[in-house]
Every structure is written in structure tokens, then in C-alpha cells.
Design a protein around this ligand. Structure first.
Ligand SMILES: [Fe+2]
Ligand SMILES: [Fe+2]
Length: 262
């Protein structure tokens, strides 16, 4: 039987966007159906494969999005979200493939299901772009989204602390206002997509938080102190309001985590 690590590695090394999305969903399904061996016998690549386009730019060289309601601004918004979801596929795959061998048996299944969700989010957003006459790859995109993965590739605690518990949690904070703005512009379909993503992301943050807390308990460390230490040492940005506390609470990320550092 093929190993789960090999299947994950193959999906990471698939560059073409819809092929990667399909590969991620297939790995998740094959794992769920017991078609992959629980062996971690091959290393994950340092960098996943990327398509030729979009062109990746440093954030300060990204073109301005244009005015709120214009078609150009709407396309730029959905394109940037599609790119975030595209990179999120790789982040979830890498989490499962890189750290699965050292974590409890539920870990791989949880993060492969996250990878399948991200693939679905990407597909929804790419379809949305097509209804607007564009497609993923037609605009430049943020080139720094893999950095937090590179910086935390040696430590599962740091990876969990930063990727689901900071970056995906940030998504919980900013999505409701974005959804309301999109709805106010008359785009009900867009608002529905964002609601669906928000619901799924609560589960992603919950998986991250619960595996992090369990890991700390196993190592006899205090989860809040450990998280704060890792955020200070491995995260370049700042943790800043607004906070969506109801979504954060449902994900297990209580206010206590950020007490004293915000
Ligand atoms: Fe997502
Ligand atoms: Fe996510």
C-alpha cells in the first residue's frame, strides 16, 4: 500500500492549481477510506510546487486594489482570497505530512480534512473569479505566505501556534466585516461563499488549538505560556483587534491566550 507521506508529498509537488486541489481532496478521501498506509517514510519538500502564474510579489509591491465597488476592486479581492486558500492547501498538507508521524493518530486525518476544505474554498473562489471574467493567476499575488511554514518547519508546536492559531484565527476576525461589505454591495453569492469559509475555518482553528493544547499537556507545559513564547519568537507580525471572540471561543482559542501580549 502507498504511504500517506508519499501521497501527501505528491500533492505538494503538484503545481497546476486545479490538479493540486483535486490531489488534496483525493489524499484526504483515500486516508479516510483506509487506502493509505500510516507510514511517514519520505520527507516533505521545503517548498511546494507552484503554478507559473500568479506572479508572486512582496506585499509592498502589490498593486492597489482600486475603489471599493469597482469590478477591478472586486476581482482583486477574490483573487487575493483565492491565493490565500491555494497556499492554505499546501499548509494543511505539509502539517499532516511533516508532523503526522510524531503526533497522535487523529492528527493526520484532521489536517487532511483541512486540506480538502481549503481545496474546496479555492475551487469556490476560482469559480467566483470566472463569473467575473477573471481566473486565478491573472493578477499578481502575495509572495510571503509560505514564510511562516518555512520558519516553523522544525517544530510542530511552533507550526500549530502560528499557522492555525494566529493566521487562520486572523481570518475568523476579518471575514465577518468582509462578508457584510460584499453583501451590502449586492453580492449575495459572494457573501454565502464567505459564510461557508468562516464556518469551516472555525473548525480549522479548533483542530490547531486542540492538538496544540494536547501537545503541551503531553510535554508538561502550560499551553498559554508556550503559545505566547512561540508567538513572540516565531511570528513577525502583531496580534491586533478586531477579535471575533465568539468564533474564537468556539474554536477553543479563549481570550486568555492573548492576555498580556495585545
Ligand atoms: Fe480556507
Ligand atoms: Fe483554513
Amino acid at each position: 500500500m502507498r504511504s500517506v507521506a508519499q501521497a501527501i508529498r505528491d500533492a505538494l509537488l503538484t503545481g497546476e492549481p486545479s490538479a493540486k486541489a483535486m490531489a488534496a481532496r483525493e489524499v484526504a478521501r483515500d486516508w479516510r477510506l483506509g487506502r493509505l498506509a500510516a507510514r511517514f517514510d519520505i520527507a516533505m519538500p521545503d517548498e511546494p510546487a507552484r503554478p507559473e502564474r500568479p506572479e508572486l510579489l512582496p506585499p509592498n509591491r502589490m498593486p492597489k486594489r482600486g475603489r471599493g465597488g469597482s469590478d477591478r476592486a472586486r476581482i482583486a479581492l477574490w483573487h487575493s482570497l483565492a491565493h490565500i486558500e491555494f497556499v492554505a492547501i499546501d499548509l494543511a498538507l505539509d502539517m499532516a505530512g511533516r508532523f503526522g508521524g510524531q503526533m497522535d493518530p487523529g492528527f493526520v486525518g484532521d489536517f487532511l480534512s483541512v486540506a480538502a476544505d481549503e481545496a474546496m474554498h479555492f475551487a469556490l473562489l476560482d469559480r467566483k473569479l470566472k463569473t467575473l471574467g477573471s481566473a486565478y493567476g491573472e493578477l499578481p499575488a502575495h509572495g510571503g505566505l509560505w514564510e511562516s511554514a518555512s520558519e516553523t518547519k522544525h517544530d510542530v508546536a511552533a507550526r500549530l501556534a502560528i499557522v492555525p492559531m494566529v493566521l487562520e484565527a486572523r481570518g475568523l476576525d476579518i471575514t465577518p466585516a468582509m462578508r457584510d461589505r460584499v453583501h451590502a454591495q449586492g453580492d449575495e453569492n459572494g457573501a454565502r461563499i464567505l459564510s461557508r469559509i468562516l464556518d469551516d475555518e472555525i473548525r480549522h482553528v479548533r483542530f490547531g488549538t486542540s492538538h496544540f493544547v494536547q501537545l503541551c499537556r503531553d510535554r508538561d507545559e502550560d499551553p498559554v505560556e508556550k503559545w505566547q513564547f512561540l508567538v513572540k519568537s516565531c511570528f513577525q507580525g502583531t496580534i491586533k483587534p478586531p477579535f471575533n471572540d465568539s468564533a474564537r471561543e468556539s474554536a477553543g482559542l479563549s481570550r486568555g491566550f492573548r492576555a498580556g501580549i495585545v
